[in-house]
Write a protein that binds this ligand. Structure first.
Ligand SMILES: [Zn+2]
Length: 233
């Protein structure tokens, strides 16, 4: 959520190498597996896991969404997209469906300071307006739908849910950072991960710190240093 908000500060997007996006990357050694962003195709297949990609409608040619199938279960992730028939067609049968939705246009104008044209561009053209995302969810009807990407604040989330509920009445979670989904054939649980708030740096990965060149230590005046009770310098 935050990363993408940051990315929009640099709108329009930076130029990219189209050759990089013209073919969805596949895992080395996965013979017979490959797809372009222009069509639905398998991009990974191993150990019973099949991942397919399909076109996402987002600003320019290249973005894709993903569908993962494993053990009779199906997970679909939109990434950035405006609502599309590609998504509705490829998300059918999803157990867990995660679709993006942005804040409403009035919220973007009020909170982010966009003018109306920019707010509509970001909130409804590059991304999915909440009510339009709700339409997609109703078309697919997954076991659990999750909306993410919007700024999920206590005083914005209610308006967003109202918009979604114009079209979709099924199971819904509005994502927050650290939200966890446990999906089985018998049920889907939504939990919040609990992480340590005080952690030491990982000492196994301190080589760069240990080998970094050291700057000369800043100097202090003698009159100040002389007042050390346990003199070190
Ligand atoms: Zn985005």
């Amino acid at each position: 959520m935050s990363t993408d908000a940051y990315c929009f500060q640099s709108w329009p997007p930076l130029p990219i190498d189209v050759s990089v996006t013209s073919t969805v990357q596949t895992s080395p050694g996965q013979a017979g597996v490959g797809a372009t962003y222009r069509q639905t195709g398998t991009v990974y297949e191993a150990n019973g896991v099949v991942i397919k990609s399909f076109p996402a409608v987002h600003i320019y040619d290249g973005p894709v969404s993903y569908r993962l199938e494993w053990n009779g279960l199906c997970f679909v992730f939109s990434g950035d997209t405006t609502p599309s028939q590609f998504f509705v067609d490829n998300a059918k049968g999803a157990d867990l469906l995660i679709h993006e939705a942005f804040n409403t246009v009035p919220q973007l104008i009020e909170r982010s300071g966009y003018d109306e044209k920019s707010a509509k561009g970001i909130g409804t053209m590059a991304h999915s307006a909440p009510d339009e995302a709700g339409y997609v969810l109703d078309q697919v009807r997954p076991r659990l739908a999750v909306l993410y990407h919007f700024f999920n604040d206590f005083d914005t989330v209610l308006e967003i849910e109202r918009e979604v509920r114009k079209h979709y009445q099924g199971p819904l979670a509005l994502a927050q950072d650290l939200m966890v989904f446990n999906v089985t054939a018998g049920g889907i649980r939504v939990r919040m991960a609990v992480t340590a708030s005080h952690v030491w740096p990982n000492k196994e990965r301190h080589d760069a710190f240990r080998s970094a060149s050291r700057m000369k230590r800043p100097q202090m005046s003698r009159w100040l240093a002389d007042k050390q009770l346990f003199p070190k310098f």
